[in-house]
Ligand binder design. Sequence first.
Ligand code: DAH
Length: 336
Amino acid sequence: MRSDIEALRSEVEAASLATPAELEAYRLRFLVKKSPLTELFSRLGSLPADERAAVGKPLNELRQSAQARYDAAKAVLGNGPAGPAKATDDWSLPPAMPALGSLHPVTLTLEEIKQIFFRLGFSVADGPELEDDFHNFTALNFPPEHPARDMQDTFFIRKDASDPTRDLLLRTHTSPVQIRHMLDRKPPIRAIMPGRVYRNEAVNYKSYFLFHQVEALYVDKHVTFAELKETLVMLAEMVFNRKVEYRMRPSFFPFTEPSLEMDIWYESPGQPGRWMEILGAGMVHPNVLQAAGIDPDEYSGFALGMGVERMAKLRYGIDDIRLLYENDVRFLEQFR
Ligand code: DAH
């Protein structure tokens, strides 16, 4: 048994304890409940009493020195970042900074759009995401059979058979806030209406069932199409921070007449340039002014609406809208 103890002692003394891995291997070999050391201790019991003391002493010393070697090596290597001081610590280094969150690219884009409109004298108005048919469709001059009123696009919350204008739905655009805002106050009106909107769309790289829009509404005496056009060009150049090549195509929306869609020429690395639609706009339809209690013979106005995710994708070269909703920190922390 003495020779077993000596063999174990040489093994303990020869073990290298230079790395955390070696430290852990050492602990598992010598310091756990089932180790050669505890095995020797258990053999002590079967020795004659006089021999027991003679063998027990060196065995106890071995246990203590094995533990002491471990403790000393552990103090030098430390317990990771929170461990005791290491020889390599440099106290003059700046402290490690805690990870900070960052603003979401949709928020950053929306903030920029808001700042642009603030400079033009627009304020911000707000409306509910749970809307009724009247504000989302009827007052915006959607005819009763318009396809947008179909289940295909709209998330309905409650159908009201006796009065369809009271159907409850998740707003499909921010245009209903135009109606609320006009019913609320007298012209002149200059407001933007940012917010979340919902559509029953299949999810893919370019569409999602919720997204954000910014609506802008300007109503006063003698608001002209020329003012709309100037505003749109300024807006595009300020959002993209450069001179943009643009075109305006005639279009149709029930709530504006005439209506247009604006495209900008867009070039991203590795792809051929192409026209990209950035917004819809037009002169507020007289029926809409009337539904909102404003006399169309006295006042005119323009409105525009754009998708914030789309703007964010173009600004930052993001090619898949789903990235904006996965909350992957590796994606989000690229935007500061
Ligand atoms: N509401 C339209 C949509 O969701 C966008 C829009 C187009 C808003 C033209 C407007 C406008 O104010 O004048 O597709």
